[in-house]
Design a protein around this ligand. Structure first.
Ligand SMILES: C[S@@+](CC[C@H](N)C(=O)[O-])C[C@H]1O[C@@H](n2cnc3c(N)ncnc32)[C@H](O)[C@@H]1O
Length: 254
C-alpha cells in the first residue's frame, strides 16, 4: 500500500518513544531543518558518516535490480544514494511513521520515479506480505527503539525479507574498553538516547526472532567497535510466525 493510498483514519500515530524521547530529533520542521546537515550528522557519528553509508550501500547489489525496503528515513544522503544505485528493474520502498520525514526524503529525490514508493506506517506493523524484499535496510533505527519494539521491528523486517535475501543492519556496538570516545558516547546515550545502551550489553542479532530461521552472514565493526554492520539472511523453512503485524491487524508477529 503506498502512502497516497493510506486512508487518513488508519495513518499511524507516532509511537510514545518518538513523542516522549525523540521529540527534538524528527517530528518538527525546525528539527529537520537543524539536523539534516551532512557536517552535523558526521559529527554525531564522530566522523564516520560517509563510511557507514558506504558500508550500507555496498551490502546491496549494484545496480539494485531487486526490491529494497528501507525501514525508516535517515537524515543525510542515504536515500538519494539508494536512488542512484537503483537499476532499471529495481524497486525502492521507504517507510516512516512520520509524514514530515517522508516529505523530507522526497525533497532529496528526483521524482517522479515509478521505482520508488513511500509508505506512512509503523516499522513494527509493516503493511507488506511476507517474503517480498530482496534487501531490507535498517540504518540506525534499532538503538532508538525500546527493547520490545526493537524485537517486533526486527521480526517484521525479517518477515518481509525473501528467503535468501539480505537484512542489512547498521547501528551502535559496544566499543573497546579503552576507546577514547567511550565516555562521550555513554554520556550522549544517557542524555539523549536512553534505549541505545542496550547495544553495548546485548548482541543485536539476539533481538531477531528465534521463530524465523535465519543466519548472520557477516558482522563488521567500525571505529574501534563503536559501530556495527550485520548482514542477516532468512533461510528456507517453515517460519513459526504467520502473517505479520501490519498485514494481519492485531497480530504482532512475535
Ligand atoms: C532511522 S532512525 C535514525 C537515523 C539516524 N539518526 C539518522 O537520521 O541518520 C530515524 C527515523 O526513524 C523513524 N522512526 C522511528 N520509529 C519508527 C517506527 N516505529 N516506524 C517507522 N519509522 C520510525 C523516525 O521518524 C525517523 O525518521
Amino acid at each position: 500500500m503506498c502512502e497516497d493510498e493510506v486512508p487518513r483514519a488508519v495513518s499511524p500515530e507516532a509511537p510514545d518513544y518518538l513523542r516522549q524521547t525523540y521529540w527534538w530529533a524528527y517530528g518538527h520542521p525546525l528539527a529537520v531543518w537543524f539536523w539534516d546537515r551532512a557536517p552535523l550528522i558526521n559529527l554525531v557519528l564522530l566522523g564516520n558518516y560517509r563510511r557507514l553509508v558506504a558500508a550500507a550501500l555496498s551490502s546491496l547489489s549494484n545496480p539494485i535490480e531487486g526490491a529494497v525496503l528501507q525501514v525508516a528515513n535517515a537524515y543525510g544522503q542515504l536515500v538519494p544514494r539508494i536512488q542512484r544505485q537503483l537499476g532499471e528493474q529495481g524497486r525502492f520502498d521507504l517507510v516512516d511513521v512520520l509524514p514530515l520525514q517522508l516529505e523530507n526524503a522526497k525533497r532529496k529525490l528526483s521524482l517522479p520515479d515509478k521505482r520508488i514508493r513511500f509508505h506512512l506506517c509503523d516499522a513494527c506493523a509493516l503493511p507488506f506480505p511476507a517474503d517480498r524484499y530482496d534487501f531490507v535496510l535498517v540504518f540506525f533505527l534499532a538503538h532508538e527503539l525500546p527493547a520490545e519494539q526493537r524485537r517486533v521491528m526486527l521480526s517484521e523486517a525479517l518477515r518481509v525479507l525473501k528467503p535468501g535475501g539480505r537484512l542489512v543492519l547498521l547501528d551502535f556496538h559496544c566499543p573497546h574498553a579503552l576507546h577514547p570516545f567511550r565516555l562521550w558516547q555513554k554520556a550522549v546515550f544517557t542524555l539523549f538516547e536512553p534505549f541505545a545502551d542496550d547495544m553495548w550489553h546485548n548482541d543485536l542479532a539476539g533481538y531477531l526472532p528465534a521463530a524465523v530461521p535465519h543466519a548472520v552472514l557477516e558482522k563488521e565493526i567500525f571505529f574501534g567497535g563503536l559501530y556495527q554492520k550485520l548482514i542477516v539472511t532468512k533461510e528456507e523453512g517453515r517460519s513459526r510466525i504467520s502473517g505479520g503485524a501490519g498485514f494481519l491487524p492485531g497480530q504482532t508477529g512475535v
